[in-house]
Design a protein around this ligand. Structure first.
Ligand SMILES: N[C@@H](CCC(=O)N[C@@H](CS)C(=O)NCC(=O)O)C(=O)O
Length: 279
């Protein structure tokens, strides 16, 4: 991998890298924040999956996570939201399909399937790469995300029991098979067989027997996408039905933006830190 930025922040280093992805068959960009502790020992990692239209850059400039990660001795791994580049399929007229909207799934339909393998990328290729090249404790990781990235965090955790110590999400898309954003991407990337979509839906995964792990979700009541796209009630009901513990908090008046994320990112970092102790 190639380092393309190296910026000192809160005593640690905010680095940006590119590499040739074997999963996505294109050059991928990601950022990693290494806390001050990483200069003397290996540290655990928290992956942050971003939402529609984002790159790795939005969270690192808008969420204010680095100062908490510095204090807690946790690295932040911030991937892009899709494969990108000239040879990569896209729908330039839509912000919610194609580049910037990979949905953290493995596409099976062309023209998407040859590059849109974001699930394998964030759960396997990227962890193997950063754990080999950076001072990270192999296998000690948790995951969080926002909106489409909250959906991504939930499915990565539910589909990989034991791989993540904890999972959290900000305004996640909880039941993508039943909302416009999800239906648009899942039908394009996976085809019309709605049964196949359930393997990529947090609510369906819980209903199908996902194993519990520490789980925190924050959702703003003033979120402009809450009614149409996010459906947290479906996930909470599924968790209640299956006796899966979930800490679900409605946060009054907060919208869908990074102002909401910035308001609670410190609590999410502290939540994950409790589950990322190495001794
Ligand atoms: N209003 C947005 C809809 C997409 C959106 O709200 N994206 C969220 C994630 S779902 C985001 O994080 N946007 C980038 C940002 O706020 O920096 C647009 O049309 O671009």
């Amino acid at each position: 991998m190639r380092q393309i930025e190296h910026i000192k922040e809160s005593g640690g280093w905010l680095n940006r890298y590119t590499h040739d992805s074997a999963c996505c068959h294109c050059e991928m960009t990601f950022s990693v924040y290494l806390p001050p502790a990483a200069s003397t020992r290996k540290v655990p990692a928290l992956y942050f999956l971003s939402g529609l239209t984002c790159t790795d850059d939005n969270v690192r400039v808008k969420a204010g996570a680095q100062r908490y990660a510095a204090a807690l001795g946790i690295a932040l791994v911030m991937p892009d939201t899709s494969p990108r580049g000239e040879g990569v399929a896209d729908d330039p007229d839509r912000y919610d399909l194609g580049q910037g909207a990979g949905f953290y799934i493995n596409a099976t339909c062309e023209p998407w399937a040859s590059h849109y393998q974001m699930y394998d990328y964030v759960t396997r290729e990227l962890p193997a790469l950063v754990e080999a090249e950076l001072p990270l404790i192999p296998g000690l990781k948790s995951i969080t995300g926002h909106s489409m990235g909250g959906h991504g965090a939930l499915i990565c955790a539910f589909k990989n029991p034991g791989a993540y110590q904890s999972v959290s999400a900000f305004a996640p898309i909880c039941n993508p098979v039943n909302c416009g954003w999800g239906e648009g991407c899942l039908s394009a990337y996976l085809g019309d067989d709605r049964e196949a979509w359930n393997a990529w839906d947090a609510t369906a995964l819980v209903k199908a027997g996902a194993k519990p792990l520490p789980l925190l979700i924050d959702q703003g009541t003033g979120d402009e996408f809450l009614a149409e796209q996010l459906h947290p009630r479906a996930l909470v009901d599924a968790c209640l039905e299956r006796n899966i513990p979930i800490q679900f908090r409605m946060q009054e008046d907060y919208d869908h933006s990074y102002h909401f994320i910035a308001s609670f990112i410190g609590e999410h970092l502290a939540f994950h830190a409790r589950h990322l102790q190495s001794d």
